[in-house]
Design a protein around this ligand. Sequence first.
Ligand code: 4NP
Length: 149
Amino acid sequence: MKSILFVCLGNICRSPIAQGVANKFVSKNHLDIVVDSCGTGDYHKGENPCQNSIKVSTEHGIDISKHQARAITKEDFKQFEMIVALDDSNIANLLKMGCPKEKLHKLGSFGYDNQDVPDPYFFNGFEGFEKVFLMIESCVHTLIKGIQK
Ligand code: 4NP
């Protein structure tokens, strides 16, 4: 079965949104794709997503409130077919940890000029989360449309 793991740093802001968007698309289109997310760091292990990520997702009809943050493991490198990082520093960390290059992708390469998805955790206020959501949504849809067949 196809499988995608979205990876950011803390697994509390960006990758849980990507996971939520992907899961909604997968179930709406009755696809057989396993989706998960994690962080390269374990600073927030066991925590639910940040309030603004929950809020922006809820506004788009997606409930990510029950996700619990976890850090990537070596097992993930075997289990998942695609490992999709949210920015270049995640890519660098994943390569250092032994992620197979051929599995590793950057979310921004799916229609956003290979841009980093900026970390809204360090933004002031909510506005940045809406921008980040729309960027993630567009890239995730393009990614899945490309592999669904
Ligand atoms: P994320 O954002 O990688 O999008 O989940 C972060 C949230 C918290 C921290 C880093 C990134 N932190 O170091 O506390």
